[in-house]
Write a protein that binds this ligand. Structure first.
Ligand code: ADP
Ligand code: MG
Length: 628
């Protein structure tokens, strides 16, 4: 063939500067594009072979070689796929096949960091110009009658094409790296980019550097190392679930996520209809604070990595899991706006969350002990899912577990059924077992149980539950006294009570210096308890809300609420205070009692402020000293 020069058929002269500038944010993507083209070329050849249109010897090792030559400033991609004829180069490379490219460019002009555009519009190969000043193709087609071709382009719209010298079937793409791409002359960078995008690609990928000094042993003999591919060509998720062992699942998890904690369990997704989707979702061991949960879902298209954590495809709450999802029906390069509006994508996301719900249900039904065991780890995730996804909530609501202060785990209906004679449709709960130990003990003493809800997600979750299930009401254990705690055998004289309350109120307000203090009195069965702090459920939720609002800069005083100090009439100390209220000699002691009683009640309600804590400690010492 004679040497040929020409212009690429594109509409915009400025296509290359645009490619460079636009894709700047993620310009390692060219490696993915060139390697996936190489994979495509091998797949096509393989296909022709199985169709009998070409005969490839059985022992052919299909592979892709990436060569970093940091002396000559080149990065090359070599495959032994089907190669190209000159006509094919003209057709597939020279005519950048995107009609309406200008329209497209104009349309997306202001979305400069949209890095998903390339192959979708047939720009895959040209992404090489993000890092290269000149690109050379040396290719030889599998078709016998064609000569090899060499094609060169310097990043403008002109190219040169001539007879090439390549002897083996396949294609070599040489990138002469320019100033913008210097980092890709670093073997380590190239390796990690290949590992990021290509670790599951279907043909072996090798990386080499001709300038690396060969390794020698102590006697100066060359050490010959078998080159190792950087990728796994058949990742576990491509196999059938019944062909995978637990150990394989765990190993795949370790390698893919570099997480050496064992996952709790996993779900192998495998479907062909109505769309193609394969993958494995792992439930990692969560940190106990919901805020620290961080998952990673890697999305693949035919074993080519597309992106991490694409919210549009993976339901948000599933992003707390770790997993891989391969969906060849999704376009490899997708813009987010496309995904958001795509019904197909919504279906995928619905399917995945249905699968997760099914798995959890089957675990609950077939292996309850295991399910209970996982519950502590997985419950924040499930609650988050319920808040985010209506259908998920509906499927999970009957298998949500509640850990009781006395009974182990049970479902909500089991709890309600057990306690229906004591308190109908009411669920008492504890948010901090240590802090609320005093109340929990009282509950136990009175043969009552509360459920333990100690994650941050629990507050929004119970509000959600109350909204969905009209009848039920969650009440924190310190919201009020339950009837069972009161000693109703005591005869109450209203007149006397009124006077007593007035006295106690006056003494406590004065001693504590809190004019606003709310005080109540009651006969508690537990005589040893002097006082408790109660805060009605509504007020406490208001307080929480106000904390949230004040974070947003709103005035929290509009939600101002006060705890109530509930004094036990039957308690010795309380009685003593009233009896000695006129006694001048006891005045100081009574002040100490009041302060101490208040702090003790407060301590089992919420943490003391640093100032209150300091005072509490020195006062306790003072009281002890008086015992000497
Ligand atoms: P796409 O891969 O989406 O078709 P590209 O711009 O990545 O778009 O590639 C354009 C075309 O160039 C490919 O469809 C293929 O026909 C040809 N091509 C690119 N790289 C190779 C290769 N390594 N071997 C054979 N053909 C190739
Ligand atoms: Mg391509």
């Amino acid at each position: 063939m004679s040497k040929e020069k020409g212009s690429l058929s594109i509409h915009s002269e400025n296509i290359f500067p645009i490619i460079k500038k636009w894709l700047y944010s993620d310009h390692d993507i060219f490696i993915r594009e060139l390697i996936s083209n190489a994979c495509d070329a091998i797949t096509k050849l393989n296909k022709l072979n199985t169709l009998g249109e070409v005969s490839i010897s059985e022992d052919t090792a299909y592979k892709i070689e990436v060569i970093v030559d940091d002396k000559n400033n080149t990065l090359s991609f070599v495959d032994n796929g089907l190669g190209m004829t000159d006509d094919e180069i003209k057709k597939y490379i020279n005519q950048i096949a995107f009609s309406g490219a200008e329209d497209f460019l104009n349309q997306y002009k202001d979305k400069a960091n949209d890095d998903q555009i390339i192959g979708h519009f047939g720009l895959g190969f040209y992404s090489a110009f993000m890092v290269a000043d000149r690109v050379e193709i040396n290719t030889k087609s599998y078709k016998e009658d064609y000569t090899p071709v060499k094609w060169t382009c310097e990043g403008g719209t002109d190219f040169e094409m001539e007879k090439g010298t390549r002897e083996q079937r396949g294609t070599e793409i040489i990138l002469y790296i320019g100033d913008d791409g210097k980092e890709f002359l670093n073997e380590y960078t190239v390796r990690s980019t290949i590992e990021k995008y290509c670790s599951f690609m279907p043909y072996e990928i090798y990386l080499s550097n001709p300038n690396t000094e060969p390794k020698k042993d102590d006697e100066g003999n060359l050490i010959v190392e078998e080159p190792k591919p950087l990728n796994t060509t058949t990742p576990l998720y491509t196999k059938k679930p019944n062909e995978c062992s637990d150990d394989e699942y765990k190993e795949f998890y370790r390698k893919t996520f570099m997480d050496f904690k064992e996952p709790l369990f996993w779900i192998h997704l495998n479907m062909d209809y109505p769309f193609n989707l394969k993958g494995i979702l792992y439930f990692p061991r969560f940190n106990h604070e919901f805020d620290n949960m961080e998952g990673q879902i890697k999305l693949y298209n035919n074993q080519v990595f597309v992106a991490d954590n694409i919210k549009e495809v993976i339901p948000e709450f599933l992003l707390l899991l770790k997993g891989v999802i391969d969906c060849p029906d999704l376009p490899l390069n997708v813009s987010r706006s496309f995904l958001q509006n795509d019904g197909f994508v919504k279906k995928i996301s619905g399917y995945i969350s249905k699968k997760v719900a099914d798995k959890l249900n089957s675990l609950f039904n077939t292996d309850k002990p295991a399910y209970e065991n996982f519950w502590g780890d997985i419950n924040p995730f499930i609650k988050f899912g319920c808040l985010k996804d209506e259908t998920f909530y509906d499927k999970l609501k009957d298998i949500m577990l509640y850990k009781s202060t006395t009974e182990g785990h049970s479902t909500l209906s089991e709890y309600l059924e057990r306690n229906k004679d004591k308190h109908e449709n009411k669920i008492y709960y504890v948010t901090d077992e240590k802090q609320q130990a005093q109340y929990i003990k009282m509950f136990k003493d009175h043969d009552m149980e509360a459920v333990i809800l100690e994650h941050n997600i629990d507050q929004p979750f119970i509000s959600h539950l109350e909204m969905k299930e009209a009848n039920i009401k969650f009440v924190r254990i310190d919201a009020d006294l339950t009837e069972t705690m009161k000693d109703s055998s005591e005869v109450v004289n209203e007149e006397e009570d009124k006077a007593l309350l007035e006295d106690l109120e006056k003494i406590f307000k004065a001693s504590l210096g809190k004019a606003e203090l709310n005080v109540k009195i009651e006969n508690l069965k537990a005589e040893e308890i002097s006082a408790m702090i109660i805060l009605p459920e509504e007020s406490r939720r208001m307080q929480e809300m106000s904390k949230m609002y004040s974070m947003y800069g709103m005035d929290p005083s509009m939600f101002k609420t006060e705890e109530t100090l509930l004094l036990n009439k039957k308690n010795e100390l309380v009685k003593y205070i009233v009896e000695h209220k006129e006694n001048e000699d006891k005045k100081e002691d009574i002040k100490l009692f009041c302060e101490q009683i208040y702090d003790l009640a407060m301590l089992s309600h919420k943490p003391l402020t640093p100032d209150a804590m300091t005072k509490f400690i020195s006062r306790s010492n003072l009281i002890l000293k008086k015992l000497i």
